[in-house]
Design a binder for this molecule. Structure first.
Ligand code: ADP
Ligand code: MG
Length: 317
């Protein structure tokens, strides 16, 4: 199959009015009057970011999910995306499922696929997605914007993706029912995009949890030149991992990556508004701690035990 046939068959679904999609030298994306453009890109490399055995529908879903998650982390609204693919060979059933997974999420979040690039490679599959979004000028949720006294919030739950990965890698003893419960969280994350787009004006700092809760919150602490106090017992531990040995739960919750939920800080006076917004968008939110003046990042249990995890999260190199 030739490159152009492949693009026409799998990556040229209709785009909304006012857009120009695949087929010309560039895509065209209408600008939203009075808003700023927000851009992010993420790559997924076979063997590093996904296992070769992963089902292609999930991979298509996740390729876009990890990108819209970055838009959510800024409080931005998705506007469109482009997809670059490097493939070792043309496998039509793989392409068909991959594109179905990708388009499902693109439709869900009104983030049309408007272009990309397709090439062969003598290495594994490489997927690069760039997303465009928009936001009211000056309202992006920056990592540097946390203030002492802010509440620290987490959306969704923590730990399940990490446990699924450990099961798939054989680092945890085989447990089919646990894998069945946790695997969707690893392979098909749903970042809280609609909720997040309403956070500007309510929240101060935000980021998405991709490399591990502690490591990622550490970025806010560093950029905002503050400290953070976390109550371990208040963290939203995913129900599927609660029954595991304590040390495994701690590692999964504090250091497990691939979550694609948000950690954000907000002034105490916005508690009610945030809870109302969360109900409105069906997004679970949990208050897990407080931003402090200084003192670094401290995690304590309610009975005063201080946790110092040995593994602080995913290392890319
Ligand atoms: P060029 O020769 O300018 O690099 P291409 O032949 O790579 O153009 O791409 C032709 C058209 O198909 C372009 O509009 C491009 O945006 C689109 N396209 C290529 N690959 C993809 C893809 N994986 N997903 C969506 N659109 C794609
Ligand atoms: Mg090209």
């Amino acid at each position: 199959m030739r490159e152009f046939d492949l693009i026409a068959r799998y990556f040229s679904r209709p785009v909304p009015e006012g857009f120009l999609g695949a087929g010309d030298d560039c895509a065209v994306l209408p600008l939203v009057p009075g808003r700023q453009c927000v851009v992010s890109t993420d790559s997924l490399i076979e063997g590093r970011h996904f296992l070769s055995e992963v089902d292609p529908f999930s991979l298509g879903h996740k390729s876009l999910a990890v990108n819209v998650s970055d838009l959510a982390a800024m409080g931005a609204t998705p506007a469109g995306c482009v997809l670059s693919l490097a493939l070792p060979h043309v496998d039509e059933s793989w392409l068909s499922e991959f594109s179905d997974g990708f388009y499902r999420l693109a439709n869900e979040f009104d983030c049309p696929l408007i272009g990309g690039d397709t090439t062969g490679t003598s290495h594994g599959i490489m997927i690069c997605v760039t997303v465009f979004g928009h936001i009211t000028p000056g309202t992006a949720l920056l990592r540097s914007a946390a203030r002492s006294g802010d509440d620290i919030w987490v959306t969704g739950s923590l730990g399940a993706a990490h446990v699924a990965l450990k099961l798939l890698q054989g680092d945890l003893a085989r447990n089919d029912s646990l894998l069945e419960k946790t695997r969707p969280m690893l392979e098909q994350p749903w970042p809280p995009v609609l909720f997040a787009a309403q956070l500007p004006g309510l929240a101060h700092a935000a980021l998405d949890i991709s490399d591990g809760f502690l490591q990622d919150l550490g970025h806010i602490v560093k950029a905002s030149e503050c400290g953070a106090h976390i109550v371990f017992d208040h963290l939203p531990i995913d129900p599927s991992v609660r029954g595991l040995p304590g040390e495994m739960v701690e590692e999964a919750v504090l250091s497990g990556g691939d979550v694609y939920q948000l950690c954000f800080t907000a002034p105490v006076k916005h508690r009610n508004a945030i809870e109302t917004l969360a109900r409105q968008f069906d997004t679970p939110v949990t208050r897990v701690g407080t931003i402090t003046d200084s003192g670094g990042l401290v995690v304590e249990t309610l009975d005063g035990r201080r946790l110092t995890p040995s593994n602080t999260g995913y290392q890319h190199f």
